[in-house]
Design a protein around this ligand. Sequence first.
Ligand code: FES
Length: 91
Amino acid sequence: MSPPLFRLLVCVGPRCDATGKGRALLASVEACFAQRFPDELASGRLAIATRDCLRLCTRDPVVRVEPSGEAFSNPTLDDLARLAQAALEDQ
Ligand code: FES
């Protein structure tokens, strides 16, 4: 399987998930993407992974996207889905 065209790294580290917000965001992202991008997830073109700290700690959960390397603090699901869609359409 080739590497994903777009990958989300959701931090569930000690600061991002201090009050459970990191894992809550992860669950929301997984549910949203499973609904919007089921084929891309199944084929591995799109992937979601977790990290224990992205060294970008804020009070809110941090997500980094690859391959761009952009990082977001507490992004909305719509924003992440838009980025994923754009990356998939670029290919
Ligand atoms: S704990 Fe999430 S970026 Fe550090």
